[in-house]
Design a protein around this ligand. Structure first.
Ligand code: GTP
Ligand code: SPV
Ligand code: MN
Length: 613
């Protein structure tokens, strides 16, 4: 579509200004059609950036290898540029918005020379639904256009809803690699050096400016930038929730249905839990979303969630027919793979894919030939796929996508789960004593840092409250307050009993030898069943100083797990918890200064007292 055809004068003006700043060779407004997608892929093939996969094994699938410096989110280059630094809070990087815009305007100047500018009209949430938000991403990356086609709803239908004066979140994106006369990408993933990368958010003006990275959440701006960082600010202002949560539908053997959301930090199991195949007979799990939930209270006082996305941008390594059969089915066709290995027969491969690689050689994510692994593990230090290699697949291809996944009303939520990778202390499952205690649990969530972020802390435990540490667009002390207020409001309106129940889970406890004590994956269905029944005040539990834990026997041990191990997983490590509480008091809560709600300090005091009592 041509610029002249646009019916929204404000949008047209914004694009014209971007064109004069960024100097692209051409401008295209995306229509969202299959032929447009095919054209993007063709451009990427011509530029030597895409490799077509074996069309019989994986029809319409393509592999990309990014630059080794551009493989995950860059948290230390991600900014919340609110007017006041205090609004960004202690956990976000901050630069004065005027100064940041000046710096970035300098970088954007002429940044699209030799490239086409694409304007992507996209909707987060079903097009035209009340809860959906429209974004406009200007980008010079056909890889981003193709990914956005899968991850969001793109095209003319969005412009129709926008009309001539509708609101949209303006998003700038450039890979930051203009091409000189006659220069081509020639197989080299375009991006800027790390010190020139900026992933910037301007919460007051609801703007996103991203420069220098072409990868994932840095570049697909509907996802973390809009649907979490900007949306969390909108949610605070408008009384709803924008969360880093999967949404799943559970059906019991009796045919009863409940919906549950879960916040786990990046690469800590949301996609896996969202598509779980239960080992418990008679139970069924279906997927509504795997990464982000937007939730609003309905007229009936219940909290309803929608998945604002249309696809999965999932972690590839570790995905196999045993761990996540439904993800394996979802990526059989029409899928983009990034930073996976390439086998001799033109298919993808990654660590723990469930089988060795055929033939003699394999090409790793850096494009180097390596001996083909005989098993599904590569020799130590010989990473074939990058640990944050990802697939981009349409949600509709998931065999267990819930029929209501695009219902604009959303689904009513019965429980929230919080969790992370905690090798010690945190039990398998723990139900909060009430809303504020649940908010307390969310606020102290911690996890080992994963490869989903470029960081020298990978493997170390850090606090990641509500799994939102890298995604909250404002002061986290105010964020905790927002959660407390929503609960108090529901209670004041007589709807306290309709609030979701809150649980803390941990699939990642390790024994003395560093082995996982809990088998995880499909066996997590045992924990989901206990949670399901607890929502109706059923299932055996015991009150403990830290919350309500399953009574011995309430969760049946999976095959191969001893009663002793079960007991260790489901009991309170008093000494460990005393250390946990001391760490929260000394190192975590003080960060938030006087914005840390007093209700949370009261919870901390109460737990400490119970642990000592
Ligand atoms: P993002 O997309 O980064 O937000 O991640 P995610 O939370 O969706 O994580 P995902 O489900 O993709 O899992 C990441 C890694 O954790 C994969 O390598 C999985 O194999 C592994 N994993 C998921 N669930 C479990 C589990 O129950 N137990 C164990 N041990 N590992 C798991
Ligand atoms: C995450 O890091 O939580 C992701 C991947 O879901 S990205 O979209 O790159 O943020
Ligand atoms: Mn995520």
């Amino acid at each position: 579509m041509k610029l002249e055809e646009l019916k929204h004068p404000g949008l047209k003006k914004w694009i014209e200004e971007a064109v004069s700043l960024m100097s692209p060779n051409a401008v295209e407004v995306c229509d969202g059609t299959q032929s447009e997608y095919d054209r993007m892929i063709k451009a990427l093939l011509d530029a030597g950036l895409a490799t077509p996969l074996n069309a019989e094994k994986r029809p319409n699938c393509f592999l990309f290898r990014s630059d080794p410096s551009d493989v995950a989110r860059v948290e230390n280059r991600t900014y919340i540029a609110s007017k006041s630094q205090d609004d960004a809070g202690p956990t976000n990087n901050w630069i004065d918005p005027a100064e940041l815009k000046k710096t970035m305007t300098g970088l954007y100047s002429g940044c699209m020379k030799g490239r086409t500018m694409y304007v992507i009209p996209f909707s987060m949430g079903p097009v035209g639904s009340d809860i959906a938000k429209i974004g406009m991403e200007i980008t010079d990356s056909p890889y981003v256009v193709a990914n956005m086609h899968i991850m969001t709803r793109v095209g003319t239908k969005v412009l129709d809803v926008l009309g001539s004066d509708g609101f949209y979140v303006p998003c700038f994106h450039s890979v930051g690699k203009p091409l000189a006369e006659g220069e081509e990408d020639n197989g080299k993933w375009p991006c800027a050096p790390i010190e020139d990368k900026y992933i910037s958010h301007f919460p007051e003006t609801r703007e996103i400016w991203s420069y220098g990275s072409g990868y994932g959440g840095n570049a697909l701006l509907g996802k973390k930038c809009l649907a979490l960082r900007i949306a969390s600010v909108l949610a605070r202002d408008e009384g709803w929730l924008a969360e880093h949560m999967l949404i799943l539908k559970i059906t019991s053997p009796q045919g009863e249905v409940k919906y549950v959301t879960g916040a786990f930090p990046s690469a800590c199991g949301k996609t896996n839990l969202a598509m779980l195949v239960p080992t418990l007979p008679g139970w069924k799990v279906e997927t509504v979303g795997d990464d982000i939930a937007w939730m609003k209270f309905g007229a009936d006082g219940r909290l309803y969630a929608i998945n604002p996305e249309a696809g999965f941008f999932g972690v590839a390594p570790g995905t196999n027919d045993d761990s996540n059969k439904n993800a394996m089915e979802s990526i059989k066709k029409n899928t983009i793979f990034t930073n996976c290995g390439l086998t001799e027969d033109g298919d993808i491969w990654w660590e723990q894919i469930g089988h060795g690689a055929p033939g003699k050689e394999i090409i790793d994510w850096k494009g180097q030939k390596k001996p083909a692994p005989q098993t599904d593990k590569s020799p130590k230090g010989e990473e074939i796929a990058h640990a944050n290699a990802r697939f981009t697949a349409p949600a509709r291809q998931c065999p267990v996508i819930a029929s209501e996944w695009e219902d604009p009303k959303g689904v009513p939520i019965s429980a929230f789960l919080f969790g992370g990778r905690r090798p010690s202390t945190i039990p398998l499952v723990n139900q909060s004593k009430g809303w504020i205690h649940g908010v307390f649990m969310g606020s102290i969530t911690g996890s080992e840092v994963t490869a989903a972020v470029i960081s020298d802390q990978v493997g170390q435990i850090r606090r990641d409250p509500f799994a939102m540490l890298p995604f909250c667009g404002y002061h986290m002390g105010d964020y905790f307050k927002h959660w407390i207020k929503l609960g108090q409001k529901a209670e004041a309106e007589g709807n306290g009993d309709k609030l979701p129940k809150i649980f803390f889970v941990n699939w990642f406890r390790k024994d003395k030898d560093g082995k996982f004590m809990w088998p995880g994956y499909s066996e997590n269905s045992r924990v989901l069943a206990w949670i399901f029944e607890r929502c109706d005040n059923k299932a055996n539990y015991m009150e403990t100083p830290i919350g309500n834990l399953p009574k011995p026997g309430a969760i049946e041990a999976p095959a191969g797990i001893s009663a002793d191990t079960m007991e260790e997983l489901c009991s309170v490590d008093i000494e460990g918890w005393k250390k946990e509480i001391a760490d929260v008091r000394q190192n975590h809560y003080p960060k938030f200064g006087d914005k840390l709600p007093k209700e949370l300090y009261a919870e901390l005091d109460a737990i400490e007292k119970r642990l000592n009592g």
